[in-house]
Design a protein around this ligand. Structure first.
Ligand code: SAH
Length: 236
């Protein structure tokens, strides 16, 4: 009898722990996300309210595959592994790049390097029509599934080589490259519309974010922040 009581009590305790854990962890993720946004504003001085709102909304932790997801680091101020030797960018870099290209609702955006799908979700949250290319098939399909599950099923994900761009859907208002080529890929400049903006980390050991603005058929270049991205690899 005593044993039965104990078992029932234990059952109650564990089941109530489980449900409070689920609610509690949701609240913890939300709190971690709010802290991330506060850091972007207060420490990094990000002022673009639309970008801050989008990053306050997109559930970054869900984009990190479960095997790599960790409550202590998912919203941390650094890049995180997502498998296959790749990483999801540091939140500040996502905010900085997204703010630089000033995406407006309805604009067509090409992303190179879908990775987890997080950056694509932030762009979709800003109202962009997003086309994203990923060279590793497993990451492309994981990202597409996560995007759909999070309500961003409108994002078009292609498994392929970003050096070629996506000519069928060109021209793009914005191109955002989240892996680092040695030089600005010419096909991507060609697929940028007149007045379009492109941001790309360029270099191997030392990289810089390069911003291009296309005017009169020519791309004006401006070099910015030093960064560290995974290399943009050549497809077969
Ligand atoms: N934007 C991503 C982070 C991407 S990490 C996110 O929000 O999670 C860079 C990605 O670029 C990796 O997934 C890598 O596989 C991919 N990549 C590297 N070379 C590429 C190429 N030539 N074409 C398309 N994707 C490429």
């Amino acid at each position: 009898m005593g044993f039965l009581m104990l078992a029932i009590l234990l059952g109650l305790v564990t089941s109530s722990c489980r449900s409070s854990d689920e609610n509690g962890s949701d609240a913890r993720w939300n709190a971690a996300r709010a802290e991330m946004v506060a850091l972007l504003k207060q420490f990094y001085g990000v002022t673009d309210e639309r970008v801050l709102a989008a990053m306050g909304k997109v559930r970054r932790h869900v984009f990190i595959p479960a095997a790599f997801r960790d409550a202590a680091t998912a919203y941390g101020d650094y890049p995180r592994p997502i498998g296959h030797g790749q990483t999801i960018s540091q939140p500040y870099i996502v905010a900085y790049m997204t703010a630089c290209v000033d995406v407006k609702p309805g604009e067509k955006v090409l992303e190179i390097g879908t990775g987890s799908g997080y950056q694509a979700a932030v762009l979709a949250e800003l109202g962009a029509e997003v086309y994203s290319i990923e060279i590793i098939p497993e990451l492309a399909s994981h990202a597409a599934a996560t995007l759909a599950g999070e309500g961003y099923g409108g994002v078009h994900v292609l498994t392929g080589d970003g050096y070629k761009g996506w000519p069928e859907h060109a021209p793009f208002d914005v191109v955002i490259v989240t892996c680092a080529p040695d030089d600005v890929p010419q096909a991507l400049v060609e697929q940028l519309r007149e007045g379009g903006r492109m941001i790309v980390p360029v270099g191997s050991a030392a990289q810089r974010l390069v911003m291009l603005r296309k005017k009169d058929g020519r791309a004006a270049r401006e070099d910015g922040l030093p960064v560290r991205f995974v290399p943009m690899v050549r497809g077969p």
